[in-house]
Ligand binder design. Structure first.
Ligand code: NDP
Length: 485
């Protein structure tokens, strides 16, 4: 344990908790340099008990608080994150390896939007009523669940963390939240922000540490009524199995193997830009990334050549500089991605570009960079086309006609997101209706309206986030039927 390194602490009962003397600390690595730059608490059951106790005492006041007052608390948090945008963006870049410009333009503004959106949404969240003629009326109360658990991954750390925390708090719950142990820093800054914003103590508690340790403890704690989880499909399955015997409410946003369908009648430049971004944004580490690119045969050769040309122009390197692609999140993840490329080679795939680790000189000498990689010639049932790689790796393949496009697109166990690129309106509607995915983008990718349902089908998860879906998830409906006949 290196005492010179700063230590990321838990946020419990409105305070940053002093790590217990014997608490084990985990190292936190900067993926762009490969250097350990801070440490974090590896929370224990004792920390969880303290957090649950704090949440229990905060709950009556928070759930009874006037909605406008609760919303003002969330607005205040949003305002302070916005004020400190540069600090948050620098932390996200340092922790995750993503380009600083991306964190500034996307991750942190979206965290601000998450708090603002749900602060406003809760003021419009109304109960339904169902009249039974002149005989009776039903109305539905939606009460907060109580204490809920929010567990998020490392790819969009603050963005996804707050996407869960904000609606949970807005709906009147108290929250025990755990960020990924690989990217804890912006969650730690959020704790400082909540203290400054005067969020009542115990309403939000943030515990750091390993998923298999404190994450698992949160999932199985009997006083935690619901789990909102975003992460890998295997972890989601484990969580579902553990939570089911306690009948916890579950929202699972899991992996994807998303298809990109390019038709000959697409808008050429717009499509190339969109396909490039969808395959490689955030180093390909977005659950929504289009990692299977299918192109109509009549334009296949030209489109492939133009895409390869654009890939060759991507700038990879120090995320603090003006680059398109930074480092992958960890050495372990980089090796997993490089292993997947080796599998593609072994399966007979042709690596059209990339395929290797990229050495970056200077301060990033020890960083985890992988070249953007495009692979051709693999069948649908190959491991490469079936399993999520979650890195800057995509496959490309021609198709003939709508039926084959649909068959290829729908032919995996995942069902998170698809994009369709065509100027033919009828075709776009037809295809969108038949794609087995929770989200379909036509002539765009990752265009988000926070009111819309967000989530996947099949192995990509259960439930939807966003808008009313999130507020319904974080509340328990109770129907009251009054007979006046
Ligand atoms: P993991 O499933 O490994 O981890 C996600 C979170 O769960 C982390 O905080 C992790 O902690 C925690 N965790 C791990 N094991 C357990 C457990 N047994 N009980 C409770 N919590 C646990 O995913 P990654 O962090 O590797 O994230 C990448 C995955 O997330 C990809 O598959 C990606 O597709 C998916 N994802 C899905 C999205 C969606 O909306 N559908 C969006 C973004 C990503 P720790 O990190 O400390 O181990």
């Amino acid at each position: 344990m290196d005492n010179a390194l700063p230590c990321i602490r838990n946020y419990i009962a409105g305070e940053l908790a002093t790590p217990r003397a014997r608490a084990a600390l985990l190292d936190n690595v900067n993926p762009a340099s490969g250097q350990v730059y801070s440490q974090l608490v590896d929370s224990t059951d004792e920390d969880l008990q303290a957090a649950v106790a704090a949440a229990q005492s905060a709950l009556p006041g928070w759930r009874a608080m006037d909605i406008a007052a609760r919303a003002r608390h969330l607005e205040k948090v949003a305002d302070l994150i916005e004020r400190d945008l540069d600090r948050f963006a620098a932390a996200e870049c340092e922790d995750n390896g993503k380009p600083l410009a991306l964190a500034r333009a996307v991750d942190i503004p979206r965290a601000v939007d998450n708090f603002r959106f749900f602060a406003r949404a809760i003021t419009q969240f109304a109960s339904e009523s169902h009249a039974m003629g002149e005989r009776a009326i039903n109305y539905t109360l939606r009460a907060p669940l109580g204490i809920v658990g929010c567990i998020s991954p490392w790819n969009l750390p603050l963005y996804l963390f707050t996407w869960k925390i904000a609606p949970a708090l807005a709906a009147g719950n108290c929250v025990i939240a755990k960020p990924s142990e690989v990217t804890p820093k912006t969650a730690a800054l959020l704790a400082e922000t909540c203290i400054e914003a005067g969020l009542p103590a115990g309403v939000l508690n943030i515990l750091h540490g390993r998923g298999s340790g404190i994450g698992n403890a949160i999932v199985t704690h009997p006083d935690i009524k619901a789990i909102s989880f975003t992460g890998g499909t295997a972890t989601g399955a484990r969580i579902a199995a553990q939570a089911a015997p306690q009948f916890k409410k579950l929202s699972l946003e899991l992996g994807g193997k998303n298809p990109t369908l390019v038709f000959a009648d697409c808008d050429w430049d717009k499509t190339l830009d969109g396909v490039l971004r969808s395959a490689f944004a955030n180093q390909g580490q977005i659950c929504l990334c289009g990692s299977r690119i299918y192109v109509e045969r009549s334009i296949y050769a030209d489109f492939k050549a133009a895409l390869l040309q654009r890939i060759s122009q991507l700038r990879i390197g120090d995320p603090l500089t003006d680059v398109d692609q930074g480092a992958l999140v960890s050495a372990a993840h980089m090796h997993k991605v490089l292993g997947a490329i080796e599998t593609a080679r072994a399966e007979g795939g042709e690596i059209l570009c990339g395929g290797q680790q990229r050495q970056v000189d200077g301060r990033c000498n020890g960083g985890f960079f992988v070249e953007p990689t495009l692979i051709e010639g693999l069948p649908l049932d190959s491991q490469t086309n079936q399993q999520e790689i979650f890195g800057p790796v995509a496959t490309i393949q021609p198709f003939e006609g709508e039926e084959q496009a649909l068959q290829l697109a729908n032919g995996t166990g995942y069902g998170l997101a698809a994009s369709v690129w065509s100027e033919n309106l009828s075709r776009s509607h037809r295809i969108a209706g038949r794609l087995d995915f929770g989200i379909v983008w036509v002539n765009c990718w990752l265009q988000r309206d926070l009111r819309t349902p967000f989530g996947g089908m099949k192995n990509s998860g259960v439930g939807r986030e966003g808008g009313w879906e999130a507020l319904r998830f974080f509340t328990e409906p109770k129907n009251v039927c009054i007979d006046f006949g």
